[in-house]
Design a protein around this ligand. Structure first.
Ligand SMILES: Cc1cc2nc3c(=O)[nH]c(=O)nc-3n(C[C@H](O)[C@H](O)[C@H](O)COP(=O)(O)OP(=O)(O)OC[C@H]3O[C@@H](n4cnc5c(N)ncnc54)[C@H](O)[C@@H]3O)c2cc1C
Length: 293
């Protein structure tokens, strides 16, 4: 690696500090770019055999206890531009928090962007996951995205270049989102109170504020993972310091001292039990990365 970047990389960087489950081993290297050109230059000089992964706010990530080999790029607090382009089009960089997009769109009188308030991640993570809430989905609003490839070259890709599904986005491999153009509509009367009410309602049904990654499993067609888990008697089931939430059965809580291995073992236990009781295979929505200890 070039000396300039070698001195700016954090080695053995804690991933537990950077994920909402607060578990997992360190990344070999963590790089926070100054802007998109800086990230492009970093990728360009990084030896091609070093694996690369991009993270936002770590709100959908289970990092195993042995950590992540290679370089992790952190976009939050780095790629943070958010601007209105024309009447209803918004351009945002990948590190912008979804909540900020929701609040800013309300100020601009645009919607429906309120659903972004329910996603405690970045736009980059929301693009990678097709995150959604309250009936809204990220890719319903994407016009095009800017990506960098492994050698740092920038490309603009149209929404049609991706195969989009429920919490699923398939596109060119080895590319990372650095920004997107999103299209909304004029929404007269939209206000911050509407967002507060949605969040209040959510707090009544979800263990917000505890260490979790939101919904662990995607909903199987025509059903809800939470219903299946609850009716299999798994609420409160505990492994180490991780347990299935009593409040919302599709959440797994780290009570403070859980290891990633506890969370992963609990995920496997829930999958086995739901398959035995209901004959349904649950698939993880959370992304499990890294190596075991
Ligand atoms: C309390 C709670 C509630 C939640 N509620 C919801 C909800 O209602 N709806 C919902 O959809 N999700 C929900 N989530 C999950 C999570 O917030 C979303 O999946 C979010 O989009 C993840 O964004 P992030 O920035 O945290 O991504 P990370 O967790 O950092 O990464 C997630 C994935 O995206 C990839 N990624 C991140 N940034 C980029 C990038 N720039 N380019 C390419 N790939 C990238 C990562 O490699 C990883 O595979 C919830 C989570 C929590 C903790």
């Amino acid at each position: 690696m070039s000396p300039e970047f070698a001195s700016r990389v954090e080695y053995d960087a804690s991933m537990a500090k950077r994920t909402s489950w607060h578990v997992g081993g360190p990344a070999d290297m963590l790089f926070t770019p100054r802007d998109v050109s800086d990230l492009s230059a970093f990728l360009n000089q990084l030896p091609s055999d070093v694996p690369v992964m991009c993270i936002g706010l770590g709100s959908n990530l289970l990092v195993r206890d042995g950590g992540i080999r290679g370089a992790v790029i952190s976009t939050h607090g780095a790629l943070g531009a958010l601007e209105l382009q024309g009447e209803t089009r918004v351009r945002a960089e990948a590190g912008v928090a979804c909540g900020r997009i929701a609040r800013q769109c309300v100020k601009w009188g645009l919607g429906p962007a309120e659903f972004f308030a329910g996603i405690p991640g970045t736009l980059g993570g929301a693009l990678a996951m097709n995150a959604g809430a309250w009936g809204g989905e990220t890719w319903n609003h994407v016009v095009d995205v800017d990506v960098l490839d492994r050698s740092g070259r920038r490309h603009t890709r149209q929404a049609a270049d991706y195969d989009i599904g429920y919490r699923s986005v398939q596109g060119p491999a080895n590319e990372w989102f650095v920004g997107a153009q999103l299209e909304f509509e004029h929404k007269p009367g939209v206000n911050a109170q509407a967002i507060r009410e949605l969040l209040d309602r959510r707090r009544e049904t979800q263990p917000i504020g505890e260490w979790s990654c939101g919904s662990v499993f995607t909903n199987p067609p025509g059903d809800h993972a939470a219903r299946l888990i609850e009716s299999a008697g798994l609420k409160g089931y505990r492994i180490g310091d991780a347990s299935v939430s009593e409040k919302h059965a599709n959440f797994i809580i780290n009570h403070g001292a859980a290891h990633a291995a506890d969370v992963e073992a609990l995920i496997a236990h829930v999958q086995r039990t739901v398959a035995r009781v209901h004959g349904v295979d649950l698939h993880t929505e959370v992304r499990i990365v890294g190596v075991p200890a």
